[in-house]
Design a protein around this ligand. Sequence first.
Ligand SMILES: [Zn+2]
Length: 503
Amino acid sequence: MASGDRELLEALVRSVGEIQKAVGTLSNEVHTINERVNTLSESTGLVEESSPFKKQDDVPTTPSVNPTSSGLASGVVSAPARKPVNSSRIILTTYPGQHGIEPVPMNWGEYDPAKRGPVVVSRAAGTVKKRNAIGAHGGSYSIYHALAIASGELNLDHKPDFTNTQPAVDFGPFPQWGDKKKIVSMDPYGHLAPWLYGDYINKESMDIRPTIAITKAHMRLPELENSVKEGRLKVDGKICLNEDGELAVTKVAVEPVWYLPGVAERFGIDEGTLRRALFEVSGGSFPELITRGDIKLFLPPIGGLTVYIFGDVSKVSDANVKLALRIHDECNGSDVFGSDICTCRPYLIFGIEEAVKEAQNGGSGVVIYFRKEGRALGEVTKYLVYNARKRGEDKASEYFKRTEGIAGVKDMRFQALMPDILHWLGITKIDRMLSMSNMKHDAIVEQGIPIHERVPIPDNLIPADSRVEIDAKIHAGYFTTGKVMTKEELDSVKGRGWEDVLH
Ligand SMILES: [Zn+2]
């Protein structure tokens, strides 16, 4: 190495050292401010005497309670030891290198779960300082969890009893589970967490929970009784159990776990931009997105997904048999309550029927249900759009404009993360894709999973009032084996008017 290079290197090392010192000082100062805020909030009654956080004196809700700890990650400046503080203090945020902060190592994308490490997000005693994830368990239900704690219905340190809760079937592992590019929005070992990481729970009293659960059940849909009557589905006693069209199914519930660098990469943005937006737009709910650059995992407060598998689960990943798949995004109004303004429930039922048929033919059938109500815009926005459509002229040519006018975008489902579940299922190709969405198609193919055939919803299953939606979607790029209408033709596709809706 030339002496000039060496000098430059030494100067750089000095600078980095100074920056580290500055970060350490800053971290201490912020901590001091936090302590003042806490003192202030107590004196103003922000922390009530009746609060469960106050009652449980044994719950350390501050990260700086262990002055003897020395296990800070190398290269991180440690703040000077500080006296333990009162357990009722609120932690507004934490900092890397802050005293007592010892995240459990997390090597996302490592195939060996022992080397990978558990996802640790709980703020319970004995766990709060070891977290390697931001957010909370339960997705959107974390808020109900907060209500249960606040109202005193639930003890903050409740330890779940996982006896007999293990997966109903063995599943995986697949090579994809060890690829940090392929799975970025769920924990591939989430269904096994309490058993793989039992030592952390039993020996270190840490709160580690599953983010995936696998069970078996029967399901009955009135439409499938007709499928049997009309001869489309056959009773085989294994998948279709009887003349009522009752089905045997394996179900997988998945809560989101985001690996932030991977999520940012999928969207083609940098991690900092992603963290900043998540922090700002969620009302500043997760300050550690900003202060804890060392923590790469985030359990967001959003809905997850459910996989419905028909037939032998080992066939889902078998490249030698055919796979029929439907990816369905939630539409409560149609899926559950039978609204006829869209094709959601008819397409979902068609997807289930085709999945069952494929499984009965020796292949595999899978339906995946994502909690992304109303194109992830929610039902309030959706109903505003319905009103705007029906009060105006409900034309297919105007369909997306209504949504864009209200929400600013026509769709927020962002399918980029959706293929993770396919990688988790070990799927390497899809023989029959029961979806017309070009966005879903493109996201899957971009992830290296080929789709051999796309199957549109049959015309006879499309409710009259939903022609506006389906024709507008086809015009915008949805797959069809039929005709793509011109702009002029779309003008003539109209739905039920406001007068009819009011009846
Ligand atoms: Zn719908």
